[in-house]
Design a protein around this ligand. Structure first.
Ligand code: PGA
Length: 249
């Protein structure tokens, strides 16, 4: 199981250090579950300083697909690697919605992340109108196929996929256990088709969207759910710990 906290655009330097210390002291040496936290770019180095040696891994929330150059405001995969990142979240719905992220750009970024030995956490998920129209499986299918096109891995631990229905992110609404199980089964079949049975069966599929201490057990119990991508609840050390503990069970 894998639990990753997405801190989004929250916490200044002091607060990020404080949360990282609280998370590392409460989670301690992590057993039976992999844990990661993804602070904003400017706090990566400081958070790495706190987490280094604890087993909790660092991740970023985005990156640029080019190695370097005239891309004002952007950050490369090699730069993320150099400050200690293990993961990079790609194609989060907020980036798709507010920053023009497309499946094609996610695919470029995922290939570059892998080339720099970062583990991409590729996010997919349908909007409410798409769910209501019954096109959610088709939407997620194209997102998976196009975002992972050209992506090659030699071990299942090199890639993570996160299913995050947009209508469940930050809304307090979670997908029902059945909806989660159905979509994760669908994604599993797609991954087995794309990467072959053996690799596809091992790629972790996280659920994200209002995961809280009170619903984590039920979500994590579903088949093909290999952990969670946690937004709001990752900003409180106690809640995040409770979710990590649910993943341990
Ligand atoms: P949430 O966010 O847990 O606050 O719904 C999840 C995410 O956006 O990754």
């Amino acid at each position: 199981m894998l639990v990753v906290g997405n801190w989004k655009m929250n916490l200044d330097l002091a607060a990020a250090r404080q949360l990282a210390s609280a998370v590392s002291s409460s989670i301690g040496s992590v057993e039976n579950v992999d844990v990661g936290v993804c602070p904003p770019f400017v706090n990566l180095d400081a958070v790495y300083g706190v987490l280094h040696g604890t087993g909790i891994r660092l991740g970023a929330q985005n990156m640029h697909a080019q190695d370097s150059g005239a891309y004002t405001g952007e950050v490369s995969a090699a730069m993320l690697r150099a400050v200690g990142c293990h993961y990079v979240i790609l194609g989060h719905s907020e980036r798709r919605q507010f920053f023009g992220e497309t499946n094609a750009s996610v695919s470029d970024k995922a290939q570059k992340a892998l080339a720099q030995k970062l583990v991409p956490i590729v996010c997919v998920g349908e909007s409410l109108p798409q769910r209501e129209a019954g096109s959610h499986e088709q939407v997620v299918e194209s997102q998976i196929q196009e975002s992972l096109s050209g992506v090659h891995i030699s071990s299942a631990s090199e890639l993570v996929v996160a299913y995050e229905p947009v209508w469940a992110i930050g809304t307090g609404k979670t997908a029902s256990p059945q909806q989660v199980a159905d979509m994760h089964g669908h994604i599993r079949r797609l991954l087995e088709h794309l990467f072959g049975r053996e690799l596809g069966a091992g790629i972790p599929i996280l659920y994200g969207g209002s995961v809280k201490p009170g619903n984590a057990d039920e979500i994590f119990a579903q088949t093909n759910v290999d952990g969670g991508l946690i937004g709001g609840a990752a900003l409180k050390a106690d809640d995040f710990l409770a979710i990590v503990n649910a993943a341990r069970r």
